[in-house]
Design a protein around this ligand. Structure first.
Ligand SMILES: Cc1cc2nc3c(=O)[nH]c(=O)nc-3n(C[C@H](O)[C@H](O)[C@H](O)COP(=O)(O)OP(=O)(O)OC[C@H]3O[C@@H](n4cnc5c(N)ncnc54)[C@H](O)[C@@H]3O)c2cc1C
Length: 376
């Protein structure tokens, strides 16, 4: 295949695509705005699901490597209410086969990066716009004035994709706010909190707001606060969600009346507080095929963060590569087949993710989640 494929974005979706193309002897270039792989942490841990993230690793030829960095014990989950009473507790027995093992995002991204030929990822290239060429394909314009040409452009550039407007006018709307804190070296510095969180995750569900904690492979605990907001990013108390995150004291105010064992997670966190708004694209988003361009991952179907986004982004990457490989002489047909399958798959996943977020960030989250886990 002589098609020049440009992937914008070296996240999990773009890298899985590049890797799966590579194992099928098709090369692509990945343009990434960040200047190096080490410029920022990729975030905490996530679990890979058998039918999506794990399948993508198989198609990428990296299944064994994935299992060597996976943390099966990270699947443990305890859910409590604001008094600290346990609503549900999922324990994975030692040695039991892991269905959805956790993996640290940095480790997963490093694994994908190291599996690509040198030079596949071109760092420090932020796409500002892509213009259609008369002969088909696109010219890519980067922030520093550099341009590049491609026959097929894949937007894997996440929530605020610059490629997305080429196929749809849809824009994400805010659904919640997320504030991230962390406790380093938790077993040594805060053993009681390390025990409370256990080897996996702890979710504390309140009224329209949650406090969560998750064990990471480096011994740290990632603490997060999730608040329900309206479409302007204003939370249910009328506060702009970003304004609530200016200090730990302000965050503790939000959790007045909660069991101090739980709010100790906020008190024990270091002073790095990272607030962000959560947004989602419309459920069931699709577009009419446009030759020479497509989207994968969050660029195509940004969802609330309830455990599917990275898994589906990776599956998109693998499936697009397989479709291109199956139609070596007709990339338009390949992309159309990929998009058709992705739209069908994502409709249900996005609807379930929206429902899950609504349940977790509702006034009755604790009772609803108890019923959900009891299978009622
Ligand atoms: C708090 C939180 C927790 C989450 N937890 C989970 C979880 O447990 N499980 C799960 O499956 N999913 C989870 N998700 C969702 C998951 O993070 C995303 O769905 C996933 O990262 C999407 O991958 P992607 O490759 O499509 O996009 P991204 O990971 O966003 O990667 C996009 C890449 O494109 C680059 N880029 C952006 N714009 C440009 C540009 N103009 N030019 C060049 N490069 C550009 C970015 O720098 C980035 O490297 C969570 C999300 C959040 C916010």
């Amino acid at each position: 295949m002589n098609t020049r494929i440009a992937i914008v974005g070296a996240g999990l979706g773009g890298l899985t695509l590049a890797r799966t193309l590579h194992v099928n002897a098709v090369e692509a270039v990945v343009y990434e705005r960040e200047v190096s792989p080490a410029v920022r942490s990729q975030g905490g841990s996530l679990d890979l699901h058998p039918d999506s993230g794990q399948r993508a690793m198989v198609e990428a030829g990296l299944a064994d490597e994935f299992w060597s960095i996976a943390r099966p014990e990270g699947e443990d989950l305890r859910i409590v209410d604001p008094t600290g009473a346990t609503l549900a507790h999922k324990v994975v027995p030692k040695g039991a086969p892991a269905a959805r093992p956790e993996v640290d995002r940095n480790a997963l991204r490093d694994l994908l990066l190291s599996s690509l030929p040198d030079g596949t990822v071109v760092w420090g290239h932020r796409l500002s716009e892509a213009t259609e060429r008369a002969q088909g394909g696109f010219r890519l314009h980067f922030d520093d004035g550099v341009t590049a040409e491609c026959d097929l452009l894949v937007g894997a550039d996440g929530a605020r994709s610059r490629v997305r407007p080429l196929v749809t006018d849809a824009e994400p709307v805010y659904t919640g706010a997320y504030v991230e804190l962390g406790i380093r070296d938790a077993d040594r510095t805060h053993p009681e909190l390390a025990e409370l969180v256990g080897p996996g995750s702890l979710w504390c569900l309140g009224v329209n707001q949650n406090l969560s904690a998750q064990r990471n492979g480096d011994g740290s605990i990632r603490v997060s606060i999730t608040l329900r907001t309206d479409e302007d990013g204003v939370n249910t108390s009328g506060l702009n969600a970003n304004d609530t995150a200016t200090s730990k004291a302000a965050l503790l105010d939000l959790f007045g009346g909660w069991n101090p064992r739980l709010t100790a997670l906020i008190e024990a966190s270091d002073d790095t507080i990272v607030p962000r708004l959560i947004a989602a694209l419309p459920v069931g988003l699709s577009w009419d095929a446009r030759p020479g361009v497509t989207l994968i991952g969050d660029a195509a179907h940004l969802m609330p963060p309830v455990g599917e986004g990275a898994n589906q982004a990776m599956l998109d990457g693998a499936e697009l590569a397989l479709a291109l490989n199956a139609h070596p002489d007709d990339r338009v047909a390949a992309v159309r087949a990929f998009e058709h399958a992705m739209f069908g798959r994502m409709h249900g996943v996005a609807a379930e993710s929206a429902d899950m977020e609504a349940m977790l960030l509702s006034p009755t989250a604790a009772a609803d989640v108890s019923r959900f886990f009891a299978g009622e």
